[in-house]
Design a protein around this ligand. Structure first.
Ligand code: F6R
Length: 261
């Protein structure tokens, strides 16, 4: 795990976008794992800027999104299909034929999940997977208690996640109760992971993921076992980390990872 503490949200977004752009330039047919939520929005904005101003080319990229709510059609404003379109896809030259997002309307959910896993394999696996982290330590919709070896499947959202996500809906009652999500094992198979966190409300989850024991109760803690997991967090999200040297290094104008754990 490579921990990188940067000043703020903008710096976090630039850092992650730079990493993705770098990998994309060396492999135009990159297989990119994408996340939704508020955290990666700045990364998508920066990648869009690079596409427009620097000609960053997404035409050969294949994408796989982490998750989707069960029961929301793609056109629904809160579906992750819609989110990805608005936040990223319609602003860059991604070929829609290469876009994969779990189908929350699938009639055979189990069959769909097996197909999704197979499709990732067929494309040679995910090169770079972007991740956010829930305040309870979840990654994708793998809530605390999820098996660390799990694969793509249907999961029940916890009350905490429903509450956290209610801000995007009219009320908590409207938040779907189930989601299709890549499993923790699926995520861990990606060659590189980029976990992002911003704000003090993520500080405890970041501390538990980075410094705590590896446990299914903090799904993100499994990243400690990944050889190329970059954890890019802003100062607020790093504020509960106990390693003194992390704070001392904060703010250095370098793009090198600050702490190897
Ligand atoms: C979204 C996802 C979730 C979010 C997490 C953090 O695809 O997989 O795990 O990354 O809930 O959400 P935000 O970024 O909104 O705080």
């Amino acid at each position: 795990m490579l921990l990188h503490v940067v000043k703020d949200y903008e710096a976090m977004s630039r850092e992650a976008a730079r990493l993705v752009a770098d990998r994309l330039r060396s492999k135009p047919s990159l297989v990119l794992g994408l996340a939704t939520g508020s955290t990666p929005l700045g990364v998508y904005r920066e990648l869009i800027r690079m596409h427009i101003e620097e000609g960053l080319d997404f035409s050969k990229v294949t994408t796989f999104n982490l998750d989707e709510y069960v029961g929301l059609p793609p056109q629904h404003e809160q579906s992750y299909h819609h989110f990805m379109d608005e936040a990223f896809f319609r602003h860059v030259n991604v070929d829609r034929r290469y876009v994969h997002i779990p189908d929350g309307m699938a009639s055979d959910i189990e069959g769909f999940c097996d197909w999704y896993e197979e499709e990732i394999r067929r494309h040679g696996g995910i090169d770079v997977q972007i991740l956010g982290i829930g305040a309870n330590g979840h990654i994708a919709f793998n809530e605390p208690g999820s098996s660390l070896g799990s694969r793509t499947r249907i999961k029940t959202l916890t009350e905490r996640t429903i509450r956290d996500n209610a801000r995007f809906f009219n009320s908590a009652e409207e938040v779907p109760r189930y989601a299709i999500t890549m499993g923790i094992g699926t995520v861990m198979d990606a060659r590189e992971l980029v976990l992002l966190a911003t704000g003090v409300e993520k500080a405890e989850a970041v501390r538990a993921a980075v410094e705590g024991p590896i446990t299914a109760m903090v799904p993100a803690s499994i990243l400690q076992m990944h050889r190329r997991a970059y954890v890019i967090v802003d100062e607020a999200a790093a504020s509960r980390l106990s390693c003194q040297y992390v704070r001392e290094l904060t703010g250095l104008p370098t793009t090198e990872p600050r702490l190897r754990r």
